[in-house]
Design a protein around this ligand. Structure first.
Ligand code: ADP
Ligand code: 5GP
Length: 204
């Protein structure tokens, strides 16, 4: 076979998937955005986290989260089963390592929808991860969204809003900021980020 034919036949190696981290305060709309993004992008999967928090009405074990006891969570942490984990508003949350690594190796992009402490752990361990911070249009609107969601008691909402104040101060450590004011616009911005990142030159 001549040289030209051989190089035409040679395929590009499988490009590993991108690890996309979507973070931001509770109630900003991360879950809503991810649900809207999924059907719009191919080769994109969402990592289901493990948590010890109580199940909310309508949540399904293995879909919303893997709901586990505190001691089961601690065992998993000791065994190194998490890529990152953090305590948030009195509960633990963690990203399972095995599934995420496999998907990335197969060229699939994986979304982690996690809080800021865990996001920073990912950033330091995986410098190529794409770090996206979701901001609310205002703090008042964030409080409205949390209250209108009606999933937490007023005491828990106050805790989450206190946490949000700290988290918003840390947004500058992330690469992208998407303001979730108009939902469709925010989803469209996320979609563009995902596709742009697929065209980024890989560093050897
Ligand atoms: P998070 O996953 O960040 O905690 P959610 O996705 O649960 O946030 O959203 C919190 C609440 O805000 C939900 O009731 C959701 O329907 C609402 N919401 C999300 N995005 C918007 C938006 N752009 N405009 C108005 N309400 C929104
Ligand atoms: P919620 O209790 O509202 O479902 O989640 C509370 C916070 O925990 C949210 O900001 C959510 O993004 C975050 N979270 C969910 N899963 C994980 C995870 O695996 N790791 C970390 N660090 N945070 C998570």
């Amino acid at each position: 076979m001549d040289h030209k034919k051989a190089s035409a036949k040679r395929k590009q190696p499988v490009r590993p998937g991108n690890l996309l981290v979507i973070t931001g305060p509770s109630g900003v709309g991360k879950g809503t955005l991810v649900q809207k993004l999924k059907p719009r992008v191919d080769k994109l999967r969402y990592s289901v986290s493990v948590t010890i928090r109580a199940m909310r009405p309508g949540e399904v074990d293995g879909e919303s989260y893997f709901f586990r006891s505190r001691s089961e969570f601690e065992d998993m942490a000791r065994q190194g089963a998490f890529m990152e984990y953090a305590e948030f508003a009195g509960n633990f949350y963690g990203t399972p390592r095995g599934w995420v690594s496999e998907e990335l190796e197969n060229g699939v992009d994986v979304i982690l929808e996690i809080e800021v402490v865990g996001a920073k752990q990912i950033h330091s361990q995986y410098p190529d991860a794409v770090m996206i911070f979701i901001s609310p249009p205002s703090f008042e609107e964030l409080a409205n969204r949390l209250r209108n969601r009606k999933t937490e008691t007023e005491e828990k909402i106050k805790l989450r809003l206190e946490k949000a104040e700290q988290e918003l101060q840390e947004k500058n450590v992330f690469q992208y900021e998407v303001v979730n004011d108009n939902l469709d616009e925010a989803v469209s911005n996320l979609e563009h980020i995902v596709y742009a990142e697929r065209c980024r030159m890989l560093r050897a």
